[in-house]
Ligand binder design. Structure first.
Ligand code: ZN
Length: 338
């Protein structure tokens, strides 16, 4: 039997594979993509019936995102046209992305998985965990242990650990943490989603868990806006999920976040060398804010804010880059403040 003749009618590639012209140009050794191509090469040497069966099984596994014994680990980015097209957009804009908002020791995520995903995807990774009285890193001993564990994992190629940061949730965090531990952190990330309801910042409200709807949106927003300015003036490196609004007032975003208020927040971020996060898992900030921040010369970082070890859909990153015309110059390495 002439196998070279039958090779040409094997139904490959499956629909889930990216077109050739948008497969990443950089060779990535030991990647799942390489394993997959090897599998394809082997299959095409088999008799046609076995090849078709094997091809259909691999295609089905990829399409459903399942992990077979040979399939991609669930913490890898999906091998989809949408993802590859988005990565292609970033390359066209000369952006080599870093995800600065990867929570480790949450939902099965680990620094080792972050390193493996980064080397497979070309999206560099840094890691954080939540710090605060009601959070996993609630004292210096826990923070010390976290830093040691996060730094223990080394990139197999560079032999370096990932940048290690924390997400801070109490407004006096910089007074709680021992200076020698602050000095060990590469960066500090904060969002504005937890709000003190008294002047001294005690009795905190997690805004995504509000039980009562906000009745007077304008009065509430005055306090919230002051809270946003307080956070951006702390010695943080990244303002995560900026311009976030709770569900009950989210529909009023365009009215509450006036250009003047956006400008005040952006100018404070600029003045303090704080990066503005473009987050994959959130509708905030909206594109108008990103465009204005670019125009005013503020700098950005990317983040995903995972709850498990599964990757987030990055379409919000890709859309922001495309619609606001961001380039490598619009991104910054988060500044160490201690
Ligand atoms: Zn987070």
């Amino acid at each position: 039997m002439d196998n070279t003749a039958t090779m040409r009618i094997v139904p490959f590639p499956p629909a889930a594979l990216p077109p050739r012209n948008i497969i990443p140009q950089t060779p990535e050794p030991n990647t799942h993509a390489a394993m997959f191509q090897n599998t394809v090469r082997k299959i095409t040497r088999l008799p046609i019936f076995a090849a078709a069966v094997a091809a259909a099984a691999v295609a089905a596994a990829i399409a459903t995102g399942c992990s077979t014994s040979d399939g991609p680990p669930p913490w890898y980015y999906p091998n989809t046209e949408e993802h590859h097209a988005g990565m292609h957009t970033l390359r066209e804009h000369h952006i080599r992305p870093t995800d600065w908002h990867v929570h480790i020791f949450r939902g099965g995520m680990t620094p080792e998985k972050a390193i493996e995903r980064a080397s497979h995807s070309g999206i560099r990774s840094a890691v954080v965990e939540n710090h605060g009285v009601e959070w996993p890193l609630s004292d210096d001993a826990k923070l010390r242990d976290y830093i040691a564990k996060a730094r223990a994992a080394k990139d197999p190629f560079t032999r370096k650990p990932l940048p290690v940061g924390i997400q801070v949730n109490d407004r006096d965090w910089h007074k709680q943490i021992a200076p020698e531990l602050l000095a060990q952190l590469d960066y500090v990330l904060a969002d504005t989603m937890i709000m003190g309801v008294t002047p001294d910042g005690k009795r905190q409200q997690r805004l995504w868990q509000l039980k009562e709807p906000i009745r007077d949106a304008d009065a509430w927003f005055e306090k919230y806006f002051a809270h946003c300015l307080r956070v951006v003036n702390e010695p943080i490196s990244i303002l995560a999920n900026p311009t976030y609004l709770p569900d009950s007032v989210a529909a009023q975003y365009d009215r509450l976040w006036t250009p003047e208020r956006m400008t005040t927040l952006i100018e404070a971020a600029k003045r303090n060398n704080v990066a503005i996060e473009i987050q994959a898992a959130s509708p905030f900030p909206k594109i108008a804010f990103i465009k204005l921040a670019k125009k005013l010369g503020a700098k950005f970082t990317f983040g995903t804010n995972n709850f498990t070890d599964k990757p987030q859909n990055l379409s919000a990153w890709f859309r922001a880059v495309e619609e606001a015309g961001l380039t490598a110059n619009d991104f910054m390495i988060p500044q160490k403040k201690f």
